[in-house]
Design a protein around this ligand. Structure first.
Ligand code: ZN
Length: 88
């Protein structure tokens, strides 16, 4: 079991978090005009970086999204940063 650090709530059990996607993916625009293959690649193709990668996670308890930099081979969390700077 791992402990993840929500930038808004602090350390919590990993079961409170949900993986959203790799960070840095750019949505093809205009979405209604891109090909089905381009759209499928945007939704489903991942880089699956070996080593340090950036991922978007959601803390289910507070609902906030944040970026977690994590080593995918050791599962060690390197850094976390909020997607927005403060809560409303
Ligand atoms: Zn939180």
């Amino acid at each position: 079991m791992q402990i993840f650090d929500c930038p808004f709530c602090g350390e919590r059990d990993e079961t409170e978090f949900h993986f959203v996607s790799e960070a840095g993916k750019v949505r093809p625009e205009p979405a209604c005009q891109v090909s089905a293959d381009t759209w499928a690649a945007y939704l489903h193709v991942k880089q699956n970086v070996k080593g340090a990668g950036r991922e978007v996670w959601r803390h289910l308890s507070c609902g906030e999204l944040f970026v977690m930099q994590r080593d995918t081979t050791s599962m060690v969390v390197i850094a976390v940063e909020p997607l927005r700077k403060s809560r409303p």
